[in-house]
Design a protein around this ligand. Structure first.
Ligand code: 8YV
Length: 331
């Protein structure tokens, strides 16, 4: 039987657990300097605690599905110095609890900006141009030529795109969208400097931006302030026949309100990579042929996943050699 846990006999190197599957170049790099235990599946936090204790690990690499709560932190061994997530989002971390216990937490910004922005454009283009419906027609054998007035999408070129959260990923989406002659509006806690803002229009009030958004794309982190920021009221502020895109976090959206906005045809289409409940998403979304669905794959290219893993390793290396990790979230 194939074991899910891979570990070599312990050595003098510091013990590191990689608690989810990651491309092999990351494991190989890690093995050069750490005594690595890694798993073929994303293991539960109970398993993380058990293996971390058995191996007396100094560092753990996790992914965004592994929630590091106060209770998990309390059960981890005192040998542990750092938990590095291979993700930019860190809403699965209890920062305060880790801080109190003196455990360092890090994330992996920058390296997934381009792949996530590319994926956002994929969803925008697919939603506007009805890609899922065309795929379904071809899968069923096509057979009858469409009239020039049938199965029409909506033009991407020249649209107005509203971006919630103009951090690295929001800016990378804006950069790509400009290539389509798209006009950019944005709402963020802070206005960008003129060099970064370029021709984008800043709205300090999210709700005031919404009526101007022919496409709305979410790029804000999951925080108390962004929880269900898209709800019945905010969906209704979007213009009729607008397009809604989410590659950020499911918690930003009241999914009942989104389903209602789709059922009433207030939205022309949607592109969703993230859901309130992952991986067990609300299958009512499958009812809508105009919704492009993806299983949280915004950063899923080989190059990016390797870069994320190596960035997490870099943080672990710094921490264990007594330096300040580049992406330290705790102080
Ligand atoms: C996921 C992400 O980590 O970085 C993030 O915050 O959401 C993604 O990169 C990745 O898809 C693995 O689940």
């Amino acid at each position: 039987m194939r074991s899910i846990i891979h570990a070599k006999e312990s050595s003098m190197k510091p013990a590191l657990m990689i608690a989810f599957p990651i491309p092999s170049p990351v494991i190989e790099r890690a093995q050069q300097e750490f005594d690595v235990v890694h798993t073929d599946i994303e293991i539960s936090t109970e398993q993380i605690i058990r293996i971390a204790t058995e191996k007396q690990v100094r560092a753990i690499m996790v992914s965004m599905g592994q929630k590091i709560t106060q209770s998990v932190l309390d059960q981890l061994p005192p040998s542990l110095k750092i938990i590095a997530t291979s993700s930019v989002g860190y809403d699965h971390f209890d920062l305060k609890a880790a801080q109190n216990k003196g455990i360092q937490l890090t994330n992996t910004p920058d390296v997934l900006t381009d792949s996530t922005a590319d994926f956002t454009l994929l969803l925008i283009l697919s939603a506007c141009r009805r890609a899922p419906e065309y795929t379904e027609i071809m899968n069923k054998g096509w057979g009858t030529r469409f009239g020039q007035d049938e199965m029409l999408g909506t033009e991407v070129t020249g649209k107005t795109l509203g971006i919630l959260g103009m951090g690295r990923i929001g800016q990378a989406v804006a950069k790509r969208a400009r290539g389509f002659g798209i006009k950019i509006l944005y709402n963020s806690p802070r206005r960008l400097s003129p060099e970064l803002e370029l021709d984008a229009t800043y709205f300090s009030d999210f709700k005031k931006m919404l009526p101007h958004c022919e496409i709305l794309s979410l790029h804000a982190p999951a925080r108390a302030t962004t929880a269900q920021i898209m709800n019945t009221e905010t969906f209704s502020l979007l213009p009729a026949q607008s397009i809604f895109i989410n590659t950020a976090r499911g918690s930003l959206v009241d999914e009942e309100a989104l389903i209602q906005a789709l059922r009433s045809k207030h939205l022309f289409a949607a592109g969703l990579d993230v859901f309130q409940n992952e991986p067990h998403f609300d299958t009512r979304f499958l009812e809508f042929p105009n919704v492009v669905l993806a299983p949280h794959m915004g950063s899923a290219t080989l190059e990016t996943r390797i870069a994320m893993g190596l960035r997490a390793l870099e943080n672990i290396r710094s921490s264990l050699s007594g330096q300040r990790p580049r992406d330290l979230l705790t102080s």
